[in-house]
Design a binder for this molecule. Sequence first.
Ligand code: URA
Length: 207
Amino acid sequence: MKQESLFDPVPESSGTNGPAMPNLDDLCRVTIGCRQCRLSQTRKNVVFGEGNPEAGVFVIGEAPGADEDAQGRPFVGRSGQLLDKILLAIGFEREEVYIGNIVKCRPPENRNPLGDEIECCKPWLMQQLRIVKPKIVLLLGRVAANTILGNNLSMGAMRGSIIRWDQFDCVVTYHPAALLRNPNWKKPCWEDVQMLRAHYDKVCPKG
Ligand code: URA
């Protein structure tokens, strides 16, 4: 039986939040009005995501923190500064990639997003992936990786190799916030992102 894919045509009423949107601006307009879960009651801003709409690399974090909630932009606090450095170290300007999160509204006290919040929010992210069509998805941390890959594996079991999911090649590495807490993870993270870069150069060779 043919496996369903994000790239299959989407019927008007799909499992996603309403009809498939033709572009990121339209999707953003609808997403910022979302009130489907409790996080909408405490957020200041929906953090839709940003970056190159034709990016070869789509970076997925967990959830906005206080800085992101205040500015409505992903990864702009301390973790974001580290993410920018990590990307630069492998030759990507932040603007070259696309950056999003598993949930688009800040969980109170920066707790992990709950299962029902993730389920409500995931379809928006799936539509973003469908529109951007990256070759590579970089999954930051266990929440992002478990959610996208649909497993409950540890970081150790997921990082270190390219994992095919739907039409994407996924790389799993430590979340920048975890690296700030535990610098011992910087070396394995460096290996992961170097692997990503080498793969990118193979699958997205320069024009
Ligand atoms: N941590 C995340 O996972 N995402 C952000 O946007 C900021 C911090």
